[in-house]
Structures are given as structure tokens and as C-alpha cells.
Design a protein around this ligand. Structure first.
Ligand SMILES: Cc1cc2nc3c(=O)[nH]c(=O)nc-3n(C[C@H](O)[C@H](O)[C@H](O)COP(=O)(O)OP(=O)(O)OC[C@H]3O[C@@H](n4cnc5c(N)ncnc54)[C@H](O)[C@@H]3O)c2cc1C
Ligand SMILES: NC(=O)c1ccc[n+]([C@@H]2O[C@H](COP(=O)([O-])OP(=O)(O)OC[C@H]3O[C@@H](n4cnc5c(N)ncnc54)[C@H](O)[C@@H]3O)[C@@H](O)[C@H]2O)c1
Length: 476
């Protein structure tokens, strides 16, 4: 027990953010407890990354094995490919249960105390926990809030969890509707359209903004649309939002123009997945006890050291990480933030380098990126008074991609013309989610295209797509 507190560190929320922070805290010698109100592992393990990637893996194999044309080009013929929805769903559920067990055991093994209950701040250094057996108060030198996020359901949309549902139910794959509407073309919309289309569902994708995949770099989104949407059984509405959704059989969806709000159409489908973003889980956390107000979107305000802010000033010994801060709603970002918070708690000043944290959508093929989109880089260049360069290379010129019969893909490197510093890298194509890490390491080390163009890549590998883009950057 240090400084007269029960713990050196108490973490509220045992998602991947809280878990990452706890592991690092133990490695740094801190006596640590973690409080979890629901499922150990949080969203990623139980309702997010893990089950969705299991569904993508299984449905991706179905897609591959049913692609007779592609297999024939490799000299392979295969009979009728069958799958069982329930068995695929079990694969996802079992994997989530296994990872949840592994994560819990890793904490226990390291001596992190796991406390089940609802945690909230009861003052500086003080946490109240509501458990099945009543309320108890514990104290800690430092507190990390890692309470995550929940699906956002826009007004007018009624979710019954059966015919109209969010990813929380979607990952269970309890049905395979003949015709499903997907609201939103972000990460979840894209990944689930990959799953459902591979398993034979007809899809209508509805995106409120005036282009599909609005969060992605334009060139990548355009190419991805040509491969992931257009040739598949997916109808799209763009610039249109779901004004009202009534669950049932059929599900009734009233569509309106996003800009003019005029009614456009009403469609009737078998089911609807609402994938319209996520909101922070920051209610009833006792933030008012320490004078902290969430921002207008209810995220906890933090600086890059992950210290919680009140009126722009650091609140001593209070930290927040992960989706609840809204900085980058990704699992690996949450745990990276947790490690940074612990480093600062231990007196080693560190900040999160968001520019070098990669992201990926695990569609077939995948999309990945690190750093800025071309539009964001152009904006920065305009503000700061420099020019940007853009170099692209294509999978169709890569021997390994062609050997696999996977020539659809692109790598795009955005860099400063004057210094050569890389500002962003975007990849669409086979194994893009793995290929991005070379670029992410380069960005973390502020490397230039001139240095990167001289690195030697094994031949023939997909990594040569990026190598080629760096070489083109210095050639232009
Ligand atoms: C379908 C889907 C797929 C995804 N796929 C990916 C992916 O492939 N890669 C990726 O990087 N990210 C992915 N994400 C995002 C990722 O899941 C989140 O970024 C990540 O889970 C955030 O971690 P966190 O620790 O901040 O919060 P969470 O994982 O949400 O954990 C927060 C935990 O805190 C608990 N909690 C909340 N309030 C309290 C309280 N007061 N007391 C006690 N406990 C509390 C909650 O019960 C929860 O367990 C996906 C998300 C979804 C929905
Ligand atoms: N592979 C991954 O890393 C991964 C996978 C899934 C989820 N996630 C995380 O989960 C978060 C949530 O994912 P998401 O796909 O729900 O959100 P998102 O923010 O990625 O996309 C939501 C989309 O829905 C659109 N939209 C919002 N309201 C609408 C309406 N009423 N009608 C039509 N369109 C509407 C938005 O314009 C946007 O394009 C992501 O931000 C991401 O951080 C990550």
C-alpha cells in the first residue's frame, strides 16, 4: 500500500484500454485494481474486434471458395461450397469467450485485483463501487477512467435487437436475413456488408453524407467502392439518411435527403443493422465530484498525456483513455493510451503520437492507413506553407499479388515535398492491415521517403507495393 491509499492505481473499465493500462502498471510495480461492471474485455473482446473478425474470417473463406472464376484462374475447380450459419456464429462466440478468459487470467496471474461492480468517482483519490452486496469505497493514488463507448442510435430509429439491431447483436449472427439494410458506410457498415454479402444476403447500404466511406482517403474509398460494393449484391443510397426505422416483419425504413430533409423513399427489408457511430459511456461516473465536465459530445476531455482536464487545466491524478475520450476509437489506440497514462503516472512524461497509430478495415480485401488523408495533408500544407507530394503504386504491378490472383489494390504515400517526411500512407488490397505497420513505424520515426526508398524488401512480397510507392515518390 503506497501513500496511505488502498491502491497505487485503480482503473474503471476492463476493456482493452483498461487491460493494457493494468498490464503496464504491474510491469511498473504499481499495486493495481480494475473495476468492471459487465463483461471483462469490454467491447473489443465481446462485441467488437474479436467476434467481428471471426465472422469476417469465416465468411471471407466462403467468398473465396465460392469464387469459381478466381479459383479457375489458379487452375482449381471446387464443388458446391456449403456453410452453417450457426457454426460460423459459434466460431465467433467461442473465440470471444476464449479471449475473454485469456484476458481475465492474464490480469489475475499478474496480481491485478478484479472488482466486479459499477465504479464512479467519489472525490479526489476516491472511488465508489456499487456491487451486488452494496456500495464500497476504495482509495487510489491515481485513477484511470476507461469506460469505453456504446452504439449511437440516431433519433427516429427504433432498435428491437431482433429485426433492427446494432453491432452488439450483429456479431451474434443469429439470422441471415435475405435482405438487410445497413445504415452507415463506416467501419462497421463496411465490415458487415463484407460478411453478409459473402454469406448470400442482399444489402441496401444507406449513407447520410454525400459519398460512401466518407472517413477514408478519397482515392482509396473510390477504389474500395469499385471492389467491395459495386460488383456485389449491394444497392446504395448516398446523401440519404434513415429518418425513421420501424422494427418488425418487414422492417420499414423511411428515407430522407440529408441536406434538404425532404422525404425520398420508403423501403421494406427483412432486417436492419444500424452502424451510425458510437458514443462515449461517460454517464454516472461521478465526474462532477472532481469538477470535470464532458465536452459537448460527452467525451472526457484529456490532453495528449491522457490527463483529464477541467476548464483546460489538468486534474491531478486523474486520467482517461480509450473510446471514452473520443480521440481515436480503436482497440490498439486505447491500450496505447493506457500505457502512456501509466508512464506519466510513473513520472516519465510521454504523449500519444496519434499520427503513427494505424487503422484497418478487415474487408476482403482490406483497407488500412496511418496518418493523414490527402485532403487533410493538403489542409495542413496550406496552413503551414509547404507543398505535398503524392505517390501511388498498384497491386497489379506486384508479382506476389498477381501470383495470388489478387491484382486489385493500391498503396498511396503522401509526403512533404520539401523535407520528404511522410504525412500519410493508405493501402487497399490483400493483407493491407499487416502491410501498414512498416509505414506506421516510419511515421513514428519521422522518416522521409528518401530514406524509405532505399530500404530493401524481400522479393516477391506484397510489401514491395509500398517499396514501389516510396521509390516513385523520390523519382517524381
Ligand atoms: C463491431 C466492432 C468491431 C470493432 N473492430 C475493431 C477492430 O477490428 N480493431 C480495432 O482497433 N477496434 C475495433 N473496434 C473498436 C474497439 O472495440 C474499441 O475501440 C475498444 O473496445 C475501446 O476500448 P475501451 O477499453 O476504450 O472501451 P470498451 O472496450 O468499451 O470497454 C469499456 C469497459 O468499461 C466498462 N464500464 C463502463 N462504465 C463502467 C463503470 N462505471 N464501472 C465499471 N465498468 C464500467 C464496460 O462494461 C466495458 O467493459 C470495433 C468496435 C466494434 C463495435
Ligand atoms: N476495423 C476497425 O478498426 C473497426 C471496426 C468496427 C468499428 N470500429 C470502431 O467503431 C466505431 C464505430 O463504427 P461505425 O461504423 O458505427 O461508425 P463510423 O463513424 O465509422 O461510420 C458511421 C457512418 O454512418 C453514417 N451515418 C450516421 N448517421 C446516419 C444516418 N442516420 N443515416 C445514414 N448514415 C448515417 C456516417 O456518415 C458515417 O459514415 C468506428 O469509429 C471505429 O472507430 C473499428
Amino acid at each position: 500500500m503506497s501513500h496511505g491509499f488502498d491502491y497505487d492505481l485503480v482503473i474503471i473499465g476492463a476493456g482493452v484500454g483498461g487491460h493494457g493500462a493494468a498490464l503496464h502498471a504491474v510491469a511498473c510495480g504499481l499495486k493495481t485494481a480494475i473495476i468492471e461492471a459487465a463483461d471483462m474485455g469490454g467491447t473489443c473482446v465481446n462485441r467488437g474486434c474479436v467476434p467481428s473478425k471471426a465472422l469476417l474470417a469465416a465468411s471471407g473463406k466462403v467468398r473465396e471458395l465460392r469464387n469459381a472464376h478466381h479459383l479457375k484462374s489458379l487452375g482449381i475447380q471446387i464443388g458446391n461450397v456449403q456453410f452453417e450459419r450457426e457454426a460460423i456464429a459459434n466460431h465467433a462466440n467461442n473465440l470471444a469467450a476464449k479471449i475473454q478468459g485469456d484476458l481475465t487470467n492474464s490480469l489475475k496471474r499478474l496480481g491485478v485485483e478484479i472488482i466486479k461492480g459499477w465504479g464512479k468517482l467519489a472525490g479526489q483519490h476516491k472511488i465508489s463501487i456499487t456491487t451486488d452486496s452494496g456500495e464500497k469505497i476504495i482509495t487510489a493514488q491515481d485513477i484511470i477512467l476507461s469506460t469505453g463507448s456504446i452504439p449511437f442510435v440516431p433519433p427516429g430509429i427504433e432498435v428491437d435487437g431482433k429485426t433492427v439491431f446494432t453491432s452488439d447483436q450483429g456479431v451474434k449472427l443469429e439470422t441471415l436475413p435475405k435482405w438487410i439494410a445497413i445504415i452507415g458506410s463506416g467501419y462497421i457498415g463496411l465490415e458487415f456488408s463484407d460478411i453478409y454479402s459473402a454469406l448470400g444476403c442482399e444489402i441496401t447500404m444507406i449513407e447520410a453524407l454525400d459519398q460512401l466511406m466518407p472517413g477514408f482517403d478519397r482515392d482509396i474509398a473510390k477504389l474500395a467502392e469499385r471492389t467491395l460494393i459495386t460488383p456485389r449484391d449491394i444497392e446504395t443510397y448516398v446523401g440519404i439518411y434513415a429518418k425513421r426505422i420501424i422494427p418488425g416483419s418487414p422492417v420499414v425504413i423511411e428515407l430522407a435527403n440529408f441536406k434538404t430533409k425532404e422525404d425520398v423513399d420508403t423501403i421494406e427489408v427483412d432486417a436492419c443493422l444500424v452502424a451510425t457511430g458510437r458514443i462515449p459511456a461517460t454517464k454516472d461516473l461521478g465526474l462532477e465530484k472532481v469538477g470535470v465536465e464532458c465536452d459537448r459530445r460527452n467525451f472526457i476531455p484529456v490532453n495528449d498525456s491522457m490527463a483529464v482536464l477541467s476548464g483546460g487545466e489538468v486534474v491531478p491524478h486523474l486520467w482517461a483513455i480509450g473510446d471514452a475520450t473520443g480521440k481515436m476509437m480503436l482497440a490498439h489506440a486505447a491500450s496505447a493510451q493506457g500505457i502512456i497514462a501509466v508512464e506519466n503516472i510513473c513520472g516519465r512524461a510521454k504523449e500519444v503520437d496519434y499520427d503513427s497509430i494505424p487503422a484497418a478495415a478487415f474487408t476482403h480485401p482490406e483497407i488500412s492507413y496511418v496518418g493523414r488523408t490527402e485532403a487533410q495533408a493538403r489542409e495542413l500544407a496550406k496552413e503551414s506553407g509547404f507543398e505535398i507530394g503524392v505517390a501511388k503504386s498498384y497491386y497489379k504491378g506486384n508479382s506476389k499479388a498477381l501470383a495470388e490472383g489478387e491484382g486489385d489494390g493500391i498503396a498511396k504515400v503522401i509526403y512533404r515535398q520539401d523535407t520528404g517526411e511522410v504525412l500519410g500512407v493508405h493501402i487497399f488490397g490483400l493483407h493491407a492491415s499487416d502491410l501498414i505497420h512498416e509505414a506506421s513505424a516510419a511515421m513514428a520515426n519521422r522518416q522521409t521517403v528518401h530514406t524509405l526508398a532505399h530500404l530493401v524488401h524481400a522479393h516477391p512480397t506484397l510489401s514491395e507495393v509500398l517499396d514501389e510507392a516510396y521509390k516513385r515518390a523520390v523519382a517524381v
